[in-house]
Design a binder for this molecule. Structure first.
Ligand SMILES: [Zn+2]
Length: 163
């Protein structure tokens, strides 16, 4: 890429560092002509196709704000949300696609959210999967019981000390 100082078309990489989450590489570059130094960040492109047809870059912050609403009043912290958003991004990137739709993001959120907080999961799923009856909730709750019999086999025992 062009040097931002003198527009020389060549530059040399003098340092290269992978971000903590492993999703991007930051390169320190130097222009051989003017000696100016600048940084570039390289990430695999990942775009989201919204329902309106608008395409925008994937944003962990948007994942977090969507999930945050479902977590109101639940013991879920901002760092839980950040970890969840990172998990979602990694899961999507592992599919190898560079473009996904909001539906696929919703699906990718459901699994880690279920592990994080079952009530928040049910809230999120009820909106996202458009639950419109008690039966839909019952089916989702039955599925939770099937998948986590250890958590649900003794009702009243956990969290019963609350209050
Ligand atoms: Zn230069």
């Amino acid at each position: 890429m062009h040097c931002p100082f003198c527009r020389n078309p060549d530059s040399r990489v003098i340092d290269s560092r992978t971000s903590d989450d492993g999703l991007s590489i930051r390169r320190r570059r130097q222009c051989p002509q003017c000696g100016g130094r600048f940084s570039t960040i390289e990430t695999a492109s990942l775009n989201v196709i919204k329902r309106s047809g608008v395409i925008e870059p994937f944003s962990r912050e948007k994942v977090m704000s969507g999930v945050r609403k479902a977590c109101q009043g639940r013991p879920v912290t901002e760092s839980d949300l950040a970890v969840l958003a990172q998990t979602v991004e990694e899961a999507i990137r592992q599919t190898g696609s560079s473009q996904i739709d909001t539906n696929e993001i919703g699906l990718a959120i459901l699994r880690p959210l279920r592990d994080l907080d079952e009530v928040a999961f049910l809230r999120f799923a009820s909106v996202y999967q458009a639950f419109d009856s008690l039966e839909d909730f019952e089916a989702a709750i039955d599925q939770l019981r099937l998948d986590h019999p250890d958590r649900h086999s003794r009702p009243g025992e956990d969290e019963s000390a609350e209050g």
